[in-house]
Structures are given as structure tokens and as C-alpha cells.
Design a protein around this ligand. Structure first.
Ligand code: EPU
Length: 302
């Protein structure tokens, strides 16, 4: 990117801007190269202006949430990487409606809903995503709920900087899917409709889910949650485990022996180690069951 454009961006952006920002600081895997330019917009208007400018100048933009479901290549990302955490992350409760910024922390949103005696977000306790990231992925827990079932409206800033609002039924939600995976718009706000329920009951459910995760998942070591989506009526973790995948290792990346749908960074993994291991696990399951696992983790490069 030309120096003159970097200077122009520095003048235009009201939020935070840095150059050659190490993205390993922004992902739970703790791997990945640098962002050529890294921006945390101050508010929605700041983001709108930025998107308009990037669109006009043809500069590549990439959005990251909390980086908890993300594998960023060792070569890093050229152009501008945008993060909403620390900028567009307000939370507001009005009656049964909860309105949150795209960068708001999902567990914090779930906790505030519980405190207000509002049910629907129990599944999100211990799911370390942003509201925007969880909406793009339609994150959820099969047995309980997912984002699509509590979302009423989604506000986005389009690639040209326009503010748009989508009703839930316009979002093409499916299992870990939404229309927002296929376009360049950025989710800046989500309006949810929750149901009143006894606060103690909500909190007990949330506690149970967190305890379950702590017992069954390798949460103390760098990871990116489940690597693969579950095949219909089965668990990718169970399949990988049964195929003998636990403990498979490439460089510093290892298939967790606590839960086989997790890959852990043992401290010195590169993004390439992790990607190679993902491919090896895919091949193992393909050979054993003739089944193609679908990736849940988002892989970013370029
Ligand atoms: N199992 C094994 N070996 C393993 C892992 C699991 O045999 O290594 C068995 C378990 O014993 C259990 C079954 O497989 O009988 C299901 O396991 P689990 O309850 O852990 O559920 P899962 O389907 O593997 C899903 C979500 C997780 C979520 C848990 C909560 C997906 C892809 N996975 O996992 O979500 O935390 O339920 O129970 O939807 C994520 O989205 O990042 C994630 C980790």
C-alpha cells in the first residue's frame, strides 16, 4: 500500500490505527502474521466513512471478531484489517429487547441478559465470540438454541459504507451459516428478542454449560474452538476420536486428547502447522469413513 494512502487513513480514521500489527495478538490460536493496516473504528459513522474510502480506492478489507474461530496465515493480511471490539461494542437492554454492537462480547451480553431475567442466550455463556462473529456463523448449541432464533434485526455497514437493516428472515440463516458469509458487509449491531424467565434458572443453565465445556474441552491452551462442523446427527469430535486422530501432531499443532475436534497450539505452532494438521485429519476421516468433514474454523490469508 502506498505511503500516501497510509497517511490519508491516519488522518481520516477517528478510532485506533496501527501498521504491521501482529495478528497473533488478536487470535485465540495465537498464530498468524501481521496486518498491513489495523483499524478499530470509533463508531458506526467512522466505519461508514472508512468503508466508503476503501471502496473508492480499491483497498482490500478484512473484518475480524474476537479471533476465536480464526486461523490467520503466517504471511499475514495485506490491506486493512478491521476489528470492532473496543469501538462498536455497546450493549443496551430495553424491556425484552437486547441491542448489542457487532464487537460486543457474547458472554458479556449473555451475562447481562441473565441478570435482567431474560432467557435465550444461555447457550452463549462460555462461547468466546463477538456478537457480530456469532451472527455471521449463526453460532449455537444444537440442543439448546442458536443466534437465528433470538435475532430480530441485523444492522450492517455495506462495502460502500451504507447502513442497511435486515430482518431475521432475510439473513439466510442455516446450521453455522448466514448471508453475511457471502458478502463484504460488516455487522455493526444486532437486535435480539428474549423471553422473561427466572434469573436463577437461567444462571444455573449457564453454569452447567460452562462446567461441561471446562470438563470436555482444552480451554487452557490456545485453540480456536471446534475445527469442523458436525455432520448431520453425529459429532465430528467423536468421529475423529474413533478414527484414532487424538494426539496427531505436526510441528507445534496437536489434535487435543481432551476433545478431538479441537487443535491446540502447544506454544510454537505456525499457522501452516495447524493447516497441515487440519488437512491430515480430513484425510484420516475420509479414508476411514468416506466422509468429508466441513471446516467451521475460518481461514484467512492474503
Ligand atoms: N466425543 C468423543 N470424543 C471426542 C469428542 C467427543 O467420543 O474427542 C463424543 C462425546 O463423548 C459425546 C459426543 O461425542 O458423546 C458429542 O460430544 P460433545 O458433547 O463434546 O459435543 P460436540 O458435538 O463434539 C458440540 C459443539 C461444540 C460445543 C459442544 C457442547 C459443534 C461442531 N460442536 O460439540 O461447539 O461446545 O457441542 O457440548 O457444533 C464450537 O462450535 O467451536 C464448539 C466447540
Amino acid at each position: 500500500m502506498k505511503e500516501s494512502i497510509k497517511q490519508e487513513l491516519t488522518l481520516k480514521v477517528k478510532g485506533k490505527i496501527s501498521f504491521e500489527e501482529p495478528l497473533k495478538k488478536h487470535t485465540s490460536f495465537q498464530v498468524g502474521g501481521a496486518a498491513e493496516v489495523f483499524i478499530i473504528p470509533q463508531d458506526v459513522a467512522d466505519l461508514q466513512q472508512l468503508m466508503g474510502y476503501l471502496n473508492k480506492t480499491g483497498i482490500n478489507q478484512t473484518v475480524i471478531g474476537n479471533g476465536t474461530n480464526l486461523l490467520i496465515s503466517d504471511q499475514g493480511i495485506s490491506g486493512v484489517v478491521i476489528k470492532l471490539v473496543g469501538g462498536i461494542d455497546e450493549i443496551e437492554i430495553k424491556g425484552q429487547r437486547l441491542i448489542a454492537g457487532g464487537g460486543a462480547s457474547l458472554p458479556v451480553v449473555a451475562k447481562q441478559a441473565a441478570e435482567a431475567g431474560l432467557s435465550g442466550l444461555e447457550f452463549a455463556s462460555g462461547l468466546p465470540a463477538t456478537v457480530g462473529g456469532a451472527t455471521v456463523m449463526n453460532a449455537g448449541l444444537k440442543s439448546l438454541n442458536d443466534m437465528s432464533r433470538i435475532i430480530d434485526k441485523v444492522r450492517v455497514v455495506s462495502s460502500t459504507g451504507k447502513l442497511q437493516v435486515f430482518d431475521s428472515d432475510e439473513c439466510s440463516f442455516g446450521y453455522r451459516q448466514s448471508r453475511f458469509q457471502r458478502d463484504d458487509s460488516i455487522i455493526v449491531g444486532v437486535e435480539m428478542e428474549l423471553k422473561p424467565k427466572d434469573k436463577e434458572e437461567i444462571e444455573a443453565k449457564m453454569k452447567e454449560l460452562i462446567t461441561n465445556r471446562k470438563e470436555n474441552q482444552p480451554l487452557k491452551v490456545p485453540n480456536a474452538g471446534c475445527i469442523f462442523k458436525n455432520p448431520v446427527s453425529d459429532s465430528a469430535g467423536r468421529l475423529i476420536d474413533e478414527a484414532g486422530g487424538k494426539g496427531m501432531q505436526i510441528g507445534g499443532a496437536e489434535v487435543s486428547d481432551k476433545h478431538a475436534n479441537f487443535i491446540i497450539n502447544k506454544g510454537n505452532a505456525t499457522a501452516q502447522d495447524i493447516l497441515d494438521l487440519i488437512i491430515e485429519v480430513e484425510n484420516l476421516v475420509k479414508e476411514k469413513y468416506g466422509l468429508e468433514l466441513e471446516r467451521e474454523v475460518q481461514i484467512l490469508s492474503g
